[in-house]
Write a protein that binds this ligand. Structure first.
Ligand SMILES: Cc1cc2nc3c(=O)[nH]c(=O)nc-3n(C[C@H](O)[C@H](O)[C@H](O)COP(=O)(O)OP(=O)(O)OC[C@H]3O[C@@H](n4cnc5c(N)ncnc54)[C@H](O)[C@@H]3O)c2cc1C
Length: 436
């Protein structure tokens, strides 16, 4: 089987559900001159856009450089599932930090969800189309654990979750693959490409400058400032914020050594029309409990959008569409004859501990990245914390300090990530076989 390399920034947007339903692209010109700014942000995904928006709102002069187009990477092609938490498992965070600190971090992650929601509403961002509800589902009978999880989050974290028993779950999701569920009434799903495009327009309205098709090539110190060089221009600034996601490319080697690019896949069917209700009878986004989970939802125009799978190799299988069809028909065999309209892959940036990096790496050079599979809430949060740190010497970002930069394992990192994924998948299959 042949594979193709994933994600080469600088190319046009991929054909995805999101690009088929996107607002007009920004079409910002590339940088062709020398400019100056207080802050230069590298990368125009949800992390970079959120940082730029918050900083421009606070009156800072901001330049954002994007190698491709706004939200060209993970931020413009993800599952669209928005809920609190981080890519690291909540129980692992609590084990490391204790309940009190874990709850504070969880509250931060909730703030990220609320920022996304409130900006979408307050700024009337077009085409973001938020739809309510999040539903976590188990692939084997697991009532006790799911009830305990809902109880713990509700009582100890102050976040209301409702247990959904099998019978009720199957009225919402018409598949005998799932047994127990936990419903999150505050979660939702949305079009994060349109969110980024809307916020990018707001950044410009606030006089922030955005340059697309402009890769940051090098960074050097010049007196008290930094100089970032691009192919046809340069930016002189006091502060640099690196927000390159999983697409680290040698611009800043410290980050390249500490980020693991992990690939994952999404497919979208044709509109299902009246058949949609035979499959899913809720507006909620659905995610299963496995480490490399399946996540799916009905889009506002009635398609099944289905995501899953993971690879540390950053390679896209040649038979990806077939693989994705196998995935969703194993849950919804009633959809075996539907047409697939688009299938795509994307790269996420992970730290080994699966928590974001938000810290000053050197004098005036910040990392705001490693959002993992939870970027739609963590991106807006990072923007807020970054602005607090730079504008009013805020310290809330220090709550993430226990999660330091970790070596990505070099060539062994992706192999280790694949091994963990396959091991976890094997364990989950065993549980399914044993308990189902
Ligand atoms: C298939 C998929 C499904 C996902 N599903 C969900 C989900 O349902 N819910 C959720 O919360 N999260 C999800 N995620 C994760 C989420 O999308 C990411 O965490 C988030 O988008 C990362 O944002 P980012 O800004 O850090 O990176 P990106 O969005 O990857 O943006 C980084 C940008 O930096 C640019 N860049 C890189 N190098 C340079 C350079 N040298 N100069 C200039 N620009 C540069 C790139 O072109 C890119 O546009 C998913 C991700 C994928 C791939």
């Amino acid at each position: 089987m042949t594979h193709s390399r994933m994600d080469r920034p600088g190319q046009p947007y991929l054909d995805t559900y999101y690009t088929r339903t996107m607002e007009p692209p920004l079409d910002a010109a590339p940088l062709t001159e020398r400019v100056e700014a207080d802050i230069c942000i590298i990368g125009g995904g949800i992390a970079g856009i959120s940082c730029a928006y918050e900083l421009a709102s606070a009156g800072k002069s901001v330049v954002l450089l994007e190698a491709g187009q706004i939200a060209w990477g993970a931020s413009g092609r993800n599952g669209g599932v928005v809920g609190p938490g981080f890519a690291a498992d909540g129980a692992a965070i609590e084990k490391k930090l204790g309940l009190k600190a874990a709850k504070k971090l969880f509250d931060l992650s909730r703030e990220g969800v609320e920022i996304f929601r409130s900006y979408t509403e307050k700024l009337s961002l077009p085409g973001v189309d938020m739809r309510p509800g999040g539903l976590l589902v188990s692939r084997y009978p697991d009532a006790q654990a799911m009830q305990a999880y809902a109880r713990k989050k509700t009582r100890e974290y102050g976040y209301q979750l409702n247990y959904v028993p099998t019978e009720q779950l199957r009225e919402l999701v018409h598949s005998d693959r799932y047994f127990d569920g936990v419903y999150d009434p505050q979660g939702f799903h949305a079009h994060s490409l349109n969110y980024c495009l809307g916020l990018a327009r707001e950044i410009r309205r606030l006089s922030g400058r955005i340059f697309e098709n402009t890769r940051a090539l090098s960074l050097e110190r010049q007196g008290a400032d930094h100089l970032i060089t691009t192919q046809n221009g340069s930016v002189r600034c006091q502060t640099v914020v690196a927000c390159q996601g999983g697409l680290v490319d040698g611009f800043y080697r410290t980050l390249q050594r500490t980020l693991l690019p992990i690939g994952t896949f999404v497919t979208v069917t044709e509109p299902l029309g009246s058949r949609a209700q035979e499959v899913i009878n809720t507006t909620a986004a659905i995610v299963d409990t496995r480490m490399a989970c399946d996540y799916f939802r009905l889009t506002p125009d009635g398609r099944l959008l289905w995501g899953g799978g993971m690879t540390g190799k950053a390679l896209e299988p040649a038979n990806l569409e077939q693989q994705m069809r196998r995935g969703f028909t194993s849950v919804f065999p009633q959809l075996s004859d539907v047409k697939i309209d688009a299938t795509w892959s994307g790269l996420l940036g992970y730290a080994r501990h699966r928590m974001p990096y938000l810290r000053e790496l050197h004098d005036g050079i910040w990392a705001a990245t490693a959002l993992g599979g939870h970027g739609i809430n963590v991106g807006p949060l990072i923007g807020r914390l970054m602005a607090e740190a730079l504008v009013e010497n805020g310290q809330r970002h220090k709550m993430l300090d226990p999660y330091d930069l970790t070596w990505n394992g070099s060539v062994f990192g992706p192999l280790a990530a694949d091994a963990v994924y396959h091991w976890e998948a094997l364990k989950e299959r065993y549980y399914e076989w044993r308990f189902a």
